[in-house]
Unconditional design. Structure first.
Lengths: 245, 305
């Protein structure tokens, strides 16, 4: 059996009276690609925010690489090896692409590397996502797909063991989706990074994931292989509403 | 290349200009340099990390009073005193920063505003030590008073400040500052300890204000609660905003222009601060990048007609 890289035990989070997450248990094994799906408001992004430390869970515990992380701050969790992208992309708009990546490299807190060495490394990440020719453009001048690529490169530059991708495919056209899937494939196979991703583009997530977790109204209603998910009546009900038949 | 062509003649001008200036204009230049230090160091926190602090003049007051009172009461020479003043200002900076930076935004502004007023009231009321609004007479740096010596002292310290600020802004630390300003959550998710970065910027900036205040006090040789007053604070704010917040040149330009301008409208008394406040508001609304932003835009238009 392979190693558990991320484990959540009874994770709960509410905002005022709204229970965004109710006692979620889940496990991610090293090297997996796990999809997280569910209708709007199911608590998917909340789960990502709790994992990455944006807010601590009200109850429950989170373990990363066997280490309790539920009380750590976002920058500490990032340094341990969890990188993330945001649903609404959040590049540093008034900074160049190169500077955007540099921040992640600086955030790693490695000593003994000069800024020039870090710039060189940052260019490799830009090259990897195909933005090398844009290194001196301000992030605000990029197109949506370029911003998304920058966001992924920025997350990768933190050298994560686990990557949380929040709707990276949303807003992309079919050929761009194919390119993005190719990128995800490379991240997994060449960089050996475990991937946990939220997606609404069903075809893509079903094809690319090893396993799928389905959330609905803050609860985990189903977990399993993609083919098991698509035929599960509870999942269909959560997405399409109760059948009257 | 461009930069060298502009800065070389500027350096020559700054070195040789004082020999052609009257005592009065020399005084204006010295005060301008004080404001260059104040506005540029305030720009580090406000322009580069987005924390609008109102305690900057208060820290200058701390520097001036600590150094001044040490000189008057126990005879510590001003050369040493200003370093003690700087140290005390930076300690207060760490303390205040630690307290209110977690709150962020408007709360930071309110807390620093409160701190600033409390400090001014203490200085005004504890007249046994500070002589209150009558002002405390303190010794100067030089045994033989000469505006020329002060000019060069202020010029050298300003240059050192600007050099430090420039290096800081263009270092990894400076990149982190800008990342925090751009998007705090994204910075934290990239592994940046945003609280530490902001406290660090606040402390460096406070220390610089303390040093500038100390120099200013020993130049005037009479320190009053006007130094840590909000009037002074808003003048510094107006200089940074009108010159161009978040740019390196902006506050320098703003400090010179506003100080020289205020000499001409001095006859209207305290109203000049009000006027600058209104202009700063207008600039913040219609030209958020200040004079530097406007000049840059013009330049671009000329380049590509």
């Amino acid at each position: 059996m392979s190693r558990r890289i991320l484990e959540g035990k009874g994770v709960a989070k509410s905002f005022g009276g709204l229970m965004a997450l109710r006692q979620i248990d889940f496990v991610l094994e090293e090297g997996e690609i796990v999809g997280l799906i569910g209708p709007n408001g199911a608590g998917k992004t909340t789960l990502f925010n709790v994992v990455s430390g944006v807010y601590p869970p009200d109850r429950g515990e989170l373990f990363f690489d066997g280490r309790l992380i539920s009380s750590l701050k976002p920058y500490q969790i990032c340094r341990l090896g969890i990188g993330r992208t945001f649903q609404i992309v959040r590049p540093f708009l008034k900074m160049t692409c190169l500077e955007n990546i540099l921040i992640s490299l600086i955030g790693r807190g490695e000593r003994g590397k000069t800024l020039e060495e870090k710039k060189k490394e940052a260019r490799e990440f830009l090259e990897f996502v195909g933005l090398r020719n844009r290194e001196n453009s301000l992030a605000k001048d990029l197109t949506l797909i370029e911003k998304k690529r920058l966001e992924v490169a920025r997350a990768l530059a933190t050298k994560p063991k686990l990557l949380l991708l929040d709707e990276v495919l949303a807003g992309l056209n079919p050929s761009e989706i194919l390119q993005a899937l190719e990128l995800i494939h490379v991240i997994r196979t060449q960089m050996k990074i475990t991937i946990f991703w939220i997606e609404h583009v069903m075809g893509a997530i079903m094809k690319a994931s090893d396993r799928i977790i389905v959330l609905d109204q803050g609860e985990k209603i189903k977990e399993g292989k993609p083919e098991e998910i698509v035929s599960d009546p509870r999942v269909i009900e959560a997405y399409l509403g109760e059948s009257n038949a | 290349m461009m930069k060298t062509w502009i800065s070389l003649p500027l350096i020559f001008l700054l070195i040789f200009l004082p020999f052609f200036l009257s005592q009065y204009w020399l005084h204006v230049m010295i005060i301008s340099l004080f404001y260059v230090m104040m506005a540029s160091s305030w720009n580090l926190i406000a322009g580069y990390t987005g924390q609008i602090s109102f305690a900057h003049a208060a820290f200058a007051g701390v520097g001036a009073y600590v150094s001044g009172m040490l000189a008057v009461n126990i005879g510590i020479p001003p050369w040493l005193g200003i370093f003690v003043g700087t140290f005390v200002a930076s300690l207060l900076g760490v303390g205040l920063g630690y307290l209110c930076i977690r709150m962020g935004g408007i709360y930071l502004s309110l807390t620093t505003l409160g701190f600033s007023e409390i400090l001014r009231i203490i200085i005004t009321n504890e007249d046994r030590w500070t002589r209150g609004t009558m002002g405390l007479q303190i010794p100067g740096f030089f045994t033989e008073y000469s505006k020329m010596s002060y000019y060069f002292l202020f010029l050298i310290v300003s240059a050192v400040f600007l050099f430090i600020l420039y290096r800081l802004i263009h270092s990894e630390m400076g990149l982190s500052f800008r990342a925090v300003l751009n998007d705090e959550l994204a910075a934290a998710s990239s592994g940046i300890d945003t609280i530490r970065v902001r406290i660090l910027a606040f402390t460096i900036s406070s220390a610089m204000a303390g040093m500038a205040g100390g120099l200013y006090g020993h130049y005037l040789m009479l320190i009053t609660p006007d130094i840590p007053s909000l009037g002074q604070m808003f003048l510094v704010l107006a200089m940074a905003v009108i010159g161009g917040m978040g740019s390196f040149i902006g506050p320098i330009l703003g400090a010179f222009v506003l100080e020289v301008l205020s000499e001409y409208i001095r006859i209207y008394g305290e109203y000049h601060v009000l006027l600058f406040g209104l202009v700063a508001l207008g600039v913040a609304r219609f030209a958020p990048e200040g004079m530097v932003g406007v000049i840059k835009k013009r330049w671009k238009v000329k380049e590509s007609p």
